[in-house]
Design a protein around this ligand. Sequence first.
Ligand code: GLN
Length: 470
Amino acid sequence: MSEQLQAKEISSVELTQYYLDRIREHDPALNCFITVVADRALKEAKKADHQRAVGNNGLLTGIPLVHKDLFCVKDVKTTCASKMLADFVAPYDATIVRRLNNQGMVCLGKTNMDEFAMGSSGKTSFWGPTVNPWDVTKVAGGSSSGSAAAVAAGLAPAATGSDTGGSIRQPAAFCGVTGFKPTYGRNSRYGMVAFSSSLDQPGTLTRTVEDAKLLFDVTNGVDTKDASTINTAADREYKLPRLTIGYPSKFFEDIPTPLMSVLADVRHTLEKTGHNFKEIELPDVQKCLATYFAISRGECVTNLARFDGIRFGFRSKEVSNIDNLYTKTRIEGFGAEVKRRILFGNYVLTNGKPETHFVKAQKVRRLIHDRYTQTFNDVDFILAPSAPTVAAPVLADDHDQFELYRQDRFTVAANLGGLPAIGVPCGTVNSLPVGIQLIGPRFSDWQLLELAAEYQRLTDWHLRYPSKFL
Ligand code: GLN
């Protein structure tokens, strides 16, 4: 697109209109979008065309994209898929939104997600679930469900997402797109509504790794508004040596055989190009999950305390005093999953419990981090599945909440360790996409991207479109 725009074969206005038309035609069936900003997008596109005409442009100028609805976009609704923020209009841009805007990228709208990014199916959204473009009776995954499905169905060329415990990589796997979660601290969290601040990391959902690189090049780097951001030398044109890749077969021995054979195919593809594989052991997934539970719930309680009916968004109408203003606002404003997490989070932070639960989880987190660091003395990267299954039916009975939480068992460790991870499509099972992830040591982002790009040069899974949305 960048080349076509530069050669004046298409204009940004045409490109933007093309995507807006596709959204109008297909989104009623998919529910990827919470807000579409057509007029504003066309205005931005016109400006981008002008910037190109006078030569004042970058590679990405005039290319459309969409933002997960937890990134603030100035003067646009930012709902986090919650009734609590259903009418909240952001007064400023999130840093990564601003950085992409500064390149002249065109925002088409805001995408659907699990409420406050809590979920793995998109089904906790106040606006109803996004469905999977490969099979509309299946979920798109979550929490970045709308972003993944929009890119998969060709309703947007690229999208932002956020990953606290797998919310970029898992929907990317379910929808057959590329999902990149950088090292914690590489992308600024400023202006992204917080779920669990020590685990949250903004990233992208794109068709290819090459696209992910173009976006990461713009978004990453120090931001004075987020003290956890870090600058490291940008080794953009990294030449990939032959690597040793860790293969933790015990880690994923409980996944179904068809998924296992997809994983084995990826291994063979990479082996054929000269990379070596080595058997490794990783921390027990059960321990990772338990640690993730205590930390993410504990932190979310603190972050959600600001939604009290006074400062932001929704307020219950029938209130008689300050106490029931808080209570009723939260009862009416939050969905069931958010409430469950607030309850659990308060439990781990309540009298006597921090020492035995929250603080203990922090200690185990450190051990998990150290185990990964140790492993990266032996191997350069780790290959693992992104999810233990393919996309489930939208109408599946979710009575077993813990089974749902267990779905995150392969993704949460990268967040606990602050490690970069990238999910790429690598096959299908029952005509539904399957994704694997590559995980690297902190700050190996560019090498990781290069390895994933190499895999995509050898395969064509990332180029396939769901036939209904061709
Ligand atoms: N599925 C995970 C959860 O529900 C991850 C969510 C996320 O990464 N935002 O906690």
